[in-house]
Design a protein around this ligand. Structure first.
Ligand code: ADP
Ligand code: MG
Length: 568
């Protein structure tokens, strides 16, 4: 008797499955795209490993994804002949929350629960394999890892536990069998499957084949079991190899969701062929929504590298700078050798050239989008602007381009505006562009630090992203104007006239008599002692009696706070 072992799902998975089963009804046909997407990834992985170890292919190098329906049993099977999973991989991949998308989902779930808000929004997150439980009361996975002697059967009803037993006869790859719920029998219908595959998985480069029961032909009275009819449902050519004008926006979106594991729409699509030192095709997407892990240290640029349509790696960090790590997509080269190691790839000088071209094309496109529709552009900027600003100190070569793309909230404009706009409406006699950094834009706009600027009708940039503290020191000027913190303003500010609300010049307030002021300052210094470095009269204040500023050359209070948070 083959022994069967029962294991518990990680607690988070159980919670997630509970939600998946009960609240994702509206879009549940997406389970099929998730399973086909996994099957395609599995074939890609084996194709790559087969390059260095051809024995893994076991003489069977043609990859397929097969769908089979058994109406009597009420099952739908999605089978691939890809890499498969070892016993441990089954436990790790289908028993825990391993990948970031699912992790993000779980976190959002936690946050939403605490706030007590609507759970229907969770449809926007990917739950990958676990989405099969939207339609199945029981899921079985029979799999054999390429190169291993025998396989494993994983099975679960999605209620807290799964079991694993040996499957001696399993063929290479993975076959996922869904025992469909009574209310999900629609997924046994061929026309339904055909439509779903064409809608969501047409771009998959591996044939998705539907096996149909053989026609019961009256003339055929042989006893041999009839062979099923096979129908290929998708185009099965890599989407990026097709001419642009033959690809619909829906097809681009479906492909984006496959490569990005995303559920949103691409905000921008860049698809081109390059010739030169290296010949390649690039298909890149800027997502619409901000991914949850954008600021985690493990978040790297994730462009999939292919060589002649063979998937090589997703970890080719050299293809884009880190400040473009929100971009997803693929690069397919015709020139690199297939057996190139991932390590060598990181060093190939041709890839540096590709990186520079991709960066330039992306930044050019962003500039175009900003020119075409500023409002649309601002939606991009609010999602990814803070990341793009990292380039201001990381990429000297692109600093000017990035400054043009940057948008800032100011004391005069709650809607972020460009430096060009701000520089274009500087006051006569204004020497520099001024900024103030802090956490909260509203508080900064009201703070005494900017009073003297307001009183003179001078616009001040309100910088509230943590990253702002870091790039400002690398950008001494913009649009030919010095860029200065408000604290650095002195005589230049005093020289400008005070204005009233309509911008008309106001009479100067009478200056406090010199010796009275000196006495006040001396008294304050005596009272405060070592608590302060200095006490000075300032033209930066008009209504408030006093304001605290950082000593010149020292860390700003905001930066000091950020650093102490990071050290915790
Ligand atoms: P993702 O595809 O985003 O990694 P999934 O939940 O869809 O997340 O799948 C989890 C993991 O399970 C995959 O990363 C992969 O390692 C493994 N897996 C799923 N389906 C297959 C399959 N058909 N063949 C081999 N491995 C698979
Ligand atoms: Mg997946």
């Amino acid at each position: 008797v083959m022994s069967e072992e029962t294991l518990s799902f990680q607690a988070e998975v159980s919670k997630l499955l509970d939600i998946v089963v009960h609240s994702l009804y509206s879009d549940r046909q997406i389970f099929l795209r998730e399973l086909i997407s996994n099957a395609s990834d599995a074939c890609d992985k084996l194709r790559y490993e087969g390059l260095t170890d051809p024995a893994l292919l076991e003489g069977e190098a043609g990859f397929t994804i097969r769908l089979a329906v058994d109406k009597d049993a009420g099952t739908l099977t999605i089978a691939d002949n890809g890499i498969g999973m070892s016993r441990q991989e089954l436990i790790d991949n289908l028993g825990t929350i391993a990948r970031s998308g699912t992790q993000a989902f779980a976190e959002a779930l936690k946050a939403r629960k605490e706030e007590g808000t609507d759970l229907s929004l969770i449809g926007q997150f990917g739950v990958g394999f676990y989405s099969s439980f939207m339609v199945a009361e029981k899921v079985e996975v029979v799999t054999r890892r390429a190169g291993e002697g025998h396989g494993w059967r994983w099975s679960s009803d999605g209620k807290g536990a799964f079991s694993i037993s040996e499957a001696p006869d399993a063929t290479r790859g993975a076959a996922i069998t869904l025992h469909l719920r009574d209310d999900a029998r629609e997924f046994l219908e061929e026309h339904r499957l055909r439509t779903i595959v064409r809608t969501y998985s047409d771009h998959i480069a591996i044939p998705v084949i539907l096996a149909l029961p053989a026609d019961k032909d009256d003339d055929d009275d042989s006893d041999a079991p009839a062979e099923p009819r096979l129908e290929t449902l998708n185009e099965a050519s890599a989407l990026w190899t097709r001419p642009r004008d033959t690809i619909t926006p829906e097809q681009y979106t479906a492909f984006y969701r496959h490569v990005a594991h995303g559920f949103d729409e691409p905000w921008h699509t860049l698809h081109f062929r390059a010739e030169g030192v290296m010949e390649y095709t690039a298909l890149l997407f800027v997502p619409k929504d901000k991914p949850f892990d954008l600021y985690t240290p493990e978040r790297k640029p994730r462009i999939k590298l292919y060589v002649n349509r063979v998937f090589i790696t997703e970890e080719c960090e050299s293809l884009l700078p880190s400040y473009l790590r929100f971009v997803r997509g693929i690069v397919d080269s015709t020139d690199l050798p297939l057996n190139v190691s991932r390590e060598m790839l990181q060093e190939d000088p041709r890839l540096r050239k590709v990186r520079s071209t991709l960066t330039r094309r992306l930044l050019d496109d962003l500039a175009k989008r900003a020119k075409d529709d500023e409002e649309e552009y601002l939606s991009f900027w609010s999602a990814f602007g803070a990341v793009l600003k990292e380039g201001l100190y990381e990429d000297f070569e692109r600093k000017e381009d990035l400054l043009k793309l940057a948008r800032f909230r100011t004391t005069l404009s709650p809607t972020p505006v460009s430096l060009e706009t701000i520089a274009g409406r500087m006051k006569e006699g204004q020497q520099a562009l001024y900024y103030v950094t802090g956490e909260d834009g509203d508080a900064l706009a009201r703070s005494p630090q900017v009073e003297g600027f307001r009183a003179r009708g001078i616009e001040v940039l309100l910088l509230t992203d943590p990253i702002d503290e870091f790039w400002v020191s690398a950008v001494p000027s913009a649009h030919d104007k010095p860029l200065r913190p408000v604290a650095a303003a002195g005589a230049d500010l005093e020289a400008l006239p005070l204005v009233d609300e309509d911008g008309a010049k106001k009479d100067e307030a009478p200056a406090t008599e010199g010796d009275k002021l000196d006495r006040l300052i001396a008294a304050l210094k005596a009272a405060l002692g070592d608590e302060v470095a200095d006490v000075r009269a300032s033209s930066r204040l008009t209504d408030s009696p006093v304001c605290l500023v950082a000593k010149e050359g020292s860390l700003s209070p905001h930066l000091r706070k950020l650093l102490s948070q990071a050290n915790q």
